[in-house]
Ligand binder design. Structure first.
Ligand code: SAH
Length: 290
């Protein structure tokens, strides 16, 4: 059900990282845990490095974002994954991952570990003049949906559909603790678990934690950096759990899901913003008896 036929075309980001700045705040290979996130994760630094559209680059095809956005569009609008509630886990300061979902779900609950990221998202929701400019990304999605000119309506629709921005921690059995939510029709997570987990046992248990938020028969949608060891946030280097695709598949199955599709897109970051070898787009469905 996912898109096929993509070829590797180059780097994801538009901004180069000056040589010699990669190791600030993090010794080579060291896991960047919660405290490092709290102190060093700068939302605008992350967005400027990783969001090619936001920085004004029209070169959508140059990176993995076309692959991600087109697969999300396909899953939510063409393949009909829809329902009442979608929970996005580890939204960060980002909204790109929700632009198609808001057409297929009545409500979206965004969740994020860091207060500074939740604040950044709130800025966009409230149209704060200092909010990150997502216009080009929104226009791209509208073009996929058939009318590039409807980007303002799309922004309004997403703002209305995101009902809450909650705190989450994927290492907790209930990532939304102390809140207990009804299991959702769909849980989405993009580039979060591989950043949050220090080793494979933690990753497997985080997947179960996140999977527990999905109702039987519901979907789990994953965008995952494969074979990545680090990614940049501004000039700070953050660790990433090195994941082979087979490990991701196994962990998803172990959490009680059947894999519907797992597409991959090769990437080659030429400017040091991350070192993933590919991006995976995975759709899984929770077993009814799980
Ligand atoms: N989903 C966003 C952000 C990805 S960056 C996007 O696609 O752009 C990785 C995110 O994982 C950050 O927002 C970081 O704050 C979050 N994160 C780190 N540790 C976490 C934890 N223990 N639980 C939940 N999220 C965590």
């Amino acid at each position: 059900m996912c898109l096929k036929g993509y070829k590797s075309k180059g780097c994801l980001g538009a901004q180069g990282i000056p040589a010699g700045t990669w190791f600030r705040g993090n010794m080579e290979g060291e896991f960047t845990g919660k405290e490092v996130y709290r102190q060093h994760f700068d939302p605008k630094g992350y967005l400027k490095v990783h969001m090619p559209f936001g920085s004004g680059s029209p070169a959508v095809r140059e990176g993995g974002f076309a692959f991600i956005l087109e697969n999300l569009h396909k899953a939510f609008l063409l393949d009909g994954i829809q329902g009442e509630t979608l929970i996005d886990i580890g939204s960060g300061p980002s909204i790109y991952q929700l632009l198609s979902a808001c057409e297929s779900f009545q409500e979206i609950i965004a969740t994020e570990f860091l207060e500074q990221n939740r604040e950044e998202m709130q800025k966009w929701l409230k149209k704060d003049p200092e909010a990150f400019d997502w216009t080009l990304m929104v226009k791209y999605i509208c073009q996929l949906e058939g009318d590039r000119e409807k980007w303002m309506e799309k922004e309004e629709k997403l703002r209305k559909t995101i009902k809450q921005v909650l705190k989450c921690d994927v290492t907790q059995a209930n990532p939304l603790d102390p809140l207990v939510l009804q299991p959702a029709s769909c849980v989405l997570t993009t580039f979060c678990l591989e950043s949050a987990c220090k080793d494979l046992p933690t990753y497997r248990s985080a997947l179960k934690n996140v999977g527990s938020l999905v109702k039987p028969g519901g979907h789990l949608i994953f965008v995952v950096a494969l074979r990545e060891t680090y990614y940049m946030v501004g000039q700070e280097k953050f660790s990433c759990l090195y994941l082979e695709p087979e490990v991701v598949e196994e962990a998803v199955k172990e959490a009680g899901f059947g894999i519907v599709c797992f597409e991959r897109f090769e990437v080659n970051f030429t400017r040091g913003i991350a070192d993933a070898q590919s991006i995976g787009f995975l759709v899984a469905q929770k077993h009814n008896e799980a």
